[in-house]
Write a protein that binds this ligand. Sequence first.
Ligand code: SF4
Ligand code: SF4
Length: 364
Amino acid sequence: MSQRVNPELKEDLLKYGVKDWNDCFHCGTCTATCNLTDESFAFPRKEIKYLQMGLKNKVAQSVEPWLCYYCGDCSEQCLREAEPGELMMSLRRYLMSLYDWTGISGLFYRNKLVYILSFFIVGIAIMLVAFSTKYDINEWKSTFEFGHLLEQLFVAGVALFIILPSVFRMYWFAIVKDKTIKVSFIAYITSLWELFLHSVTQKNILKCSNSTFTWFRHWIVAVSYIVMLVMVVVFDWFQFADGSGAGAIIGQIIAYLVFGLLTIFSGIMIIKRISKKEEQYKFSELSDWFFPIWLFLLALTATLSFLTRQLGIVNVAQLIFILHIIIIAQWALLIVPFTKWAHILYRPFGIYFACLKKSSKPVK
Ligand code: SF4
Ligand code: SF4
C-alpha cells in the first residue's frame, strides 16, 4: 500500500521536542546498540527513515516508540549526536497527541503557555467549587468527603472519556490502519499474557545496560501508584487516619509506605532531571518536569494532611487537604490523560500490539 508523504511532518514534529534528524547518516549503530530491537522492530533507525521520507502514516502505525524505555544507550553511541533516544521520546509525545481524540494533548505539547494556564484554571475552578458547594468547608468531615467524591469522579471520568477512547485509537492506528497485516483472533487472546506481564513487571527495562536501579525505581513508583489509586477509589482512605482497629492500622501503614515511597522516588526523578548526568534526563520538555514535580507534591500533601489529621491538628489537615485536592485535580485532569503519565498505559499496549504484528500474516 502506498504511504502518503507529508512535507509538513518535520515542522509538526519539531514542536514535540525532536531534534533535526538530518544529522543521522544511517550507520545503524543505534539499532545495533539497542537491546530491545529485533528483526521485526529495527528502531530507532527505521523511525528516522520514516521521518526523513515524511511518511506520516507509517509513523502513526508504528509501535516502536513504545518499545523503547529511553535508556539512552543509542544516543551515547551515535557518532553524529543525532540523539536517537530523544527522538523516540518525541515520537511518543507525537503519537499520544494522535491517540487523544480531544486534541488537548497536542495543544499542550505545542503550546506551553496554554499548558501552564490550564493548571491555573483547574486550580481556581477547584477552589470555587470547594467554597460554593453544599459541603461546609469549615466542617472537617465534609471537606474530606468532598475531596473523596472529587477523586472518584476524576478517576472514573478520565478513564471512561479519555483513556479508554485513546487506547482504542492507538489500536486503530497501530493494527486496523496497517493494511499490510492480518491478525488472527487467537493472537489477540494469546498475546494478552504479554500485556499483563509487561504492565506488572516492566521487565524489558532490564535488557538495557546498567538498568537495574532504573527498573527498580520505575517498578516501585508504578506499584505504589496503583496501590494509591485503589486506596483512593475503593476506600475513603483518609478514614484510616482516625481508626484504631487492626484494619485502620494496616491502612495507616500502607498509606505512609505508599506516599513515602512516591515522595522519595519522585524526588529522585526531579534531582536527576536537574543534574542532567544521565542520557535520558539530558533533555526535558515542560511536561517532563511537571510529571515528577506534581507526583512529589501529590504524595507530600497526602502524607502531611494524613499525619496532621492523625495528630488532631484538624485545621492544618483541612488546609493541606484542599491543596492536595487542587494538585490531584491538575494531576488527574491534565497530566494523566494528556501528557507524561499516559506512557505508563501506552507502553504495555505497545508491546501487546507489537506481539500482534509479529504473529500476523502479511497481506499480499
Ligand atoms: S541516529 Fe546516529 S547511530 Fe543511529 S543511524 Fe543515525 S547516525 Fe547512526
Ligand atoms: S533509548 Fe535505549 S531502548 Fe530506546 S531506542 Fe535507544 S537504546 Fe533502545
